[in-house]
Design a protein around this ligand. Sequence first.
Ligand code: UDP
Length: 407
Amino acid sequence: MAKQFRTTRIEDYEPLIGAESVERIIRKARPLHDFHVTNINSTYYGGGVAQLLTSITLLMNNLGIRTGWRAIHGSPDFFTVTKKMHNALQGGDINLSQRKMDLYEEVVFENSIRNHLDHDLIIVHDPQPLPLIEHYRKRCPWVWRCHIDLSQPNRDLWGYLTRFIEQYDAVIVSSRDYLQEIGPPQVVFMPAIDPFSIINRDLTEAETTERLHHYGIPTDLPLVVQVSRFDRWKDPKGVIDAFKLARKEVDCTLVLVGNVASDDPEGEEVYDSLLENREERIIIHSIQDSYLVNALQRRAAVVLQKSLREGFGLTVSEAMWKGTPVIGGNVGGIRFQIDDGINGFLVSSVEEAAQRIVQLVKDSGLRHVMGQRAREKVRQNFLLSRYVEQYLDLYSSFEPVFRLRAR
Ligand code: UDP
């Protein structure tokens, strides 16, 4: 007999959000039963989008909405171009040559041939698969879900992408600061964490210690941690510099753990550029182990997310959920998670980050109070149940279109 598995159900959230909220979500899902939705992005693994899709697709299916997930395929040079686009959407420069545009559009076209879409709703994530919409006869609503920090997009690139974006029926962004002047209606959905995932579920002290020791991470001194894809926007070098300054005043160990997403060809280079900083108290690992992420965020005295741009930053809410105060870059979605001086700190420089590390490492009382507030902030605002409900509301707004399709 096949082994029995179980995935998270909305009822599991009841102790966290109350019975009334759970019932409301079930009620909203009911008229949408059997709707067929697909999500299209560019990687099954690594990064927040894959993390969100992993959890939300399962929960949606348990709510009766047939929700799938496809990832587009592309050669490394395709992902080199799309990573340049990602960087430019976050404010970097790009030389938008004809060659790049042709490669981008051609690979997406090839993906359209392989993907037969006959759904009630299609959600396209981020710029990589954005032009897909050009290649289908449009028979249902298409939504573009952009997870990127759009506070200062490169104007040339935005102008080019607008041609595709304008064809969508709605656009979802992660913060009100990212709203753009475009035709399609826009809604703001801040991402959220899955409290039952391996990254976020409760771990005992013994399990936590076991994971850290498995990787040779010393637990004799307070841990200062950043867990992030190796990406220059996450400012890992700034974290190391801040730690070196802080260590002049307090004894602690820095652990930088990161992974490299399959759609991010720059990760290896960023990782390599950090290695010369390795020493006994500066530990840098490129590994994917969700238990380790959980253990680090849980055991850390302080978690950093010193990003220079950040669409949302799931790692911030993940650590806050574990009662760990976070020092975050004062940018993008981080500013909506951390209330500066209340449940963590927002910083704009290496020096400021260093000062806050010293302050938190020295003061366990402050860590405790901030940590408790941090967990409550996440419980009220950043659990996946809220995110699912926003999607249900969006789906419902398309119901008249669904009914027409059913005829
Ligand atoms: N993550 C992980 N291992 C790593 C680095 C990151 O599992 O080495 C996870 C992290 O815990 C979070 C997600 O990947 O769930 C990253 O999402 P976030 O929004 O913080 O950043 P993104 O990578 O999407 O820019």
